[in-house]
Every structure is written in C-alpha cells, then in structure tokens.
Ligand binder design. Structure first.
Ligand SMILES: Nc1ncnc2c1ncn2[C@@H]1O[C@H](COP(=O)(O)OP(=O)(O)O)[C@@H](O)[C@H]1O
Ligand SMILES: [Mg+2]
Length: 427
C-alpha cells in the first residue's frame, strides 16, 4: 500500500478544482470507479469513423465512450499500485508512475457529462496531456522494479507489470483515437489551424524520419489515431538501427555495421511507437552482444547485423541475425523475465572485483543513468525482451529467439497488421 503522502501533484494547474486535499486523500471515489466493469472495444469499432466526414454527433459519441471508459481503467491501475508491498510503492520511480496514473484519473473523472463541443474540446485537451504523461512511464517502471525486485515474488511482479503494460496499450489507443478524431473534426471544419499543438505535424514526421510521403497520402489517410496504416518496416528498422548504432558507438566507442534486406517495400498497419520500441530493444541486444563477443573472442572486426524483412499473409516478419555469441542454455531460461539482465550479473561480478565500480569504471546505476534511448539504456534494465514480446503478442504477433551458443542469435519477430487482420481484437 502506498503511503498517502507519497503522491505529489506534478501539475499545479490540476490543484485548482479537483485536486483538493480531500480528493487526494479520499480514496472512495477511486474504489468506486475501480469496482466498475471495463467495457472493451474492438479496434474495428474505433476505426469506424475512418474516411467519413465527421459530424458533431460522431465526436460526441466518441467522447461519451472515452469519458465513461478511461476513468474506470485508470482507477483499476491506481488500485493495483495500492496493492504493491509498501517498500515497492515507496520507491521513487514507482511512486512517480503512480502519481501520473492518479493525476490522469483525477483530471478525467471529474468532468461533468459532455453534451456540447466546447466541453468536448476542453476534455480532449486534458486527455491529450494525460495520455502524453503515460507515454514515458516504462523506463521509470523498469528502473523502479530493478531497484526493488527482491521485495516481490517473481510471479506477482510479472503479473503486475504485464497488466500495467497491457492496460496502458488500451488506454493509449482509446485516448489517442479520440484525440485524433477531435482534431480531424476541427480540421474538417476549418477550425484547426490555431488549435493544432505546435508539435503535431512534426510528431507524425518524426516517427518516420526520412520518409518522403507521396503527395497522394493525406495525413489522415495514413494515420488513424495512433495507428499508421502505411508503415514501412524496412525504413523503421533502418532508422532504429542507425539510432542504436549511435548509442552503441557512444557507449562502447565501437559498433558493428548493419544491413536491411528482404521485402524492403512491404508496408504494415501498426502503432509506430510499439514497432519502434520492439525493434530498438532487439537491436540494442544484437549490437551489445556483437561488441561484447568481439571483445571476449578477440576478433579483429565486428560481423554486421543482418535485418531481414519478409511479407506474410496479414503480417510482416522480421529476422535480426547477429554473431554476438548467442545465449547460454542457463541464461535462456531467464531472458524473458522482467528485470533480468546479464549486465547486472556482469556488473555485480565486476563490483566484487573492483570495490564497487564496474568494468567501465561506473556503478550499474550510474551507467544506466548516463544512457539514453527509446525505452531506456542500451542494456541493464532487463525489460527489453519481455516487453517486446508482450507488445508483439498484444496484436497477435510473436517473438522468438534461436540461439547458437558460441556463435550468435536469430531473433524472429512477427507482427500482425492491425487494420485488416486484427480489427476484431478487443482492447
Ligand atoms: N541477441 C542477443 N545475443 C546475446 N544475448 C542476448 C541477446 N538478446 C538478449 N540477450 C540476453 O538477454 C538478456 C535480457 O535482455 P533484455 O530483456 O533486452 O534486457 P537487457 O538488454 O536490459 O539486459 C540480456 O541481458 C542478454 O544477456
Ligand atoms: Mg535489452
């Protein structure tokens, strides 16, 4: 159970109306919402307004579902934090994430029922801010559980983290979908010019840097809420590999090359941030293993990392092949476990031999703090594989590793196209 004082309001603005000390300490509201059933929605239902000229009724319809649904889902998460062991709940990283959930709940539940477009717009802007806050919680959660994994049995920890991540996908997809529709509506009405947040267009472009969108792609033909309907995996992989190569270069002062082959023109309908997260984590592992194995085996040059894209029926396959020495049989049992990393084991061993400093001359915590990247540092949090698999499986895909110990790994990722093949999926 979290101590009540552990929560602090990050955004002063919310304290004006709803975030009084009373609502802060009065948990009956959260419990009341948390006791309600969630009302799952299929991706197909969320996509139903696609390509329609939107009416005010469509927007009010969408906001009515969003307004009823998100506070219930948020309240369930808040309560799940209350059930953590006290020492885990007081960890600053975990308490920080809790505060984001509490704030999102507190800001959203208090809106009166929405019956007009002005109120809808106010709600949408709040929703946009709150979903944005939930975007960055994963590295915090990973760091928090790394620091206190010994205080919770493995199964409970796995269940808590997996539920949190799955529910976060649903929250984000529903929230972002409504925000996108609301913007699209105002855009169609010609009222969006001043209202689009400054980063909105840039954000879309950033997710596919280097992509020259053909003139026939209107932005809302490509994006349906959080879903990009013409994502080019080869391009995304190249972008991620480039980023990870830079990270690797910064961290180890050396990095292997890579190449992308196969069905490089294939497109998929997917959530780019998920695709990016999964592939960056897999690539970080491949780059790190290659550099590490070169050092251990004394080879003079790093073999390149091969990224192969294949087209399937309703899915895209990606194979990442490295010559980073593979994974030992005994480690293979642990690699999909949250907060397990061979970096911790190496670091602990180095600390024993060097009186507290790792091989790189820094403690693991300092090492982690100094590293940056999508989803966190190059290695050490032990979240890459379990989260990548959970993300892949959420929309019916898969993630498997074949290791040849002493040689390298083949990682097989299969992602189902959201539009067309998983529209029935309930979230
Ligand atoms: N391609 C790979 N080659 C060798 N070992 C790997 C590879 N991918 C994953 N691993 C092993 O799996 C462990 C867990 O990976 P991950 O969940 O990404 O956590 P982290 O990278 O933070 O250690 C790594 O620490 C590493 O020992
Ligand atoms: Mg990793």
């Amino acid at each position: 159970m979290l101590p009540r004082g552990a929560f602090s309001c990050a955004a002063g603005a919310c304290c004006r109306r709803r975030f009084s000390a009373k609502s802060h300490y009065d948990e009956t509201v959260v419990y009341k919402y948390a006791s309600q059933m969630i009302n799952p929605v299929s991706i197909g239902q969320l996509l139903k307004y696609r390509r329609l000229p939107l009416s005010a009724d469509n927007i009010l319809d969408s906001v009515s579902y969003t307004q009823a649904e998100l506070p219930v889902r948020l309240a369930k998460r808040v309560i799940s934090f209350h059930r953590l062991p006290f020492i885990v709940g007081t960890n600053p990283h975990i308490a920080q994430v809790y505060s984001h959930y509490y704030e999102a709940f507190d800001r959203l539940y208090a809106f009166p029922p929405i019956t007009d477009l002005d109120a809808e717009w106010e709600f949408t802007r709040t929703l946009e801010q709150q979903t944005q806050l939930l975007v960055d919680v994963i590295p915090e959660i990973a760091q928090g559980f790394l620091e206190c994994k010994q205080y919770m049995p493995r199964e409970e920890r796995t269940a808590f983290i997996s539920d949190l991540i799955r529910s976060r996908i649903g929250l984000r997809v529903i929230g972002e979908q409504h925000v996108a529709l609301s913007f699209q509506f105002r855009d169609e009405q010609g009222a969006c010019g001043q209202r689009l947040p400054p980063g909105e267009q840039r954000q879309h472009q950033q997710q596919q840097p280097g992509q020259q969108a053909p003139a026939v792609w209107a932005m809302d033909d490509v994006w349906v809420g959080a879903i990009h309907t013409k994502l080019l995996p080869a391009q995304m992989m190249t972008q991620c590999a480039q980023m990870v190569q830079n990270m690797c270069e910064m961290y180890y002062s050396t990095a292997p090359t890579y190449y992308v082959d196969g069905d490089v023109d294939e497109t998929i309908s997917y959530i780019p941030s998920h695709f990016e997260y999964i592939t960056c984590e897999l690539l970080k592992n491949a780059f790190r293993a290659t550099v590490d194995f070169s050092a251990r085996s004394g080879r003079s040059a790093h073999p390149p990392i091969q990224i192969t894209i294949t087209k399937g029926d309703g899915y895209v396959g990606v194979r990442i092949r490295d010559q980073g020495g593979g994974i030992s049989k005994s480690n293979m049992r642990n690699v999909f476990e949250y907060s397990w990393s061979s970096m911790q084991a190496e670091d602990a061993a180095a600390e024993l031999g060097s009186g507290g400093a790792s091989a790189a001359g820094m403690s693991l915590q300092t090492n982690l703090a100094l590293q940056q990247g999508v989803g966190g540092p190059i290695a050490g949090l032990g979240f890459g594989l379990p989260m990548a698999r959970l993300y892949a499986e959420y929309f019916g895909g898969s993630l498997d590793i074949v290791s040849m110990e002493g040689y390298g790994c083949d990682v097989f990722l299969k992602l189902r196209s959201i539009e067309g093949s998983v529209e029935q999926k309930q979230i």
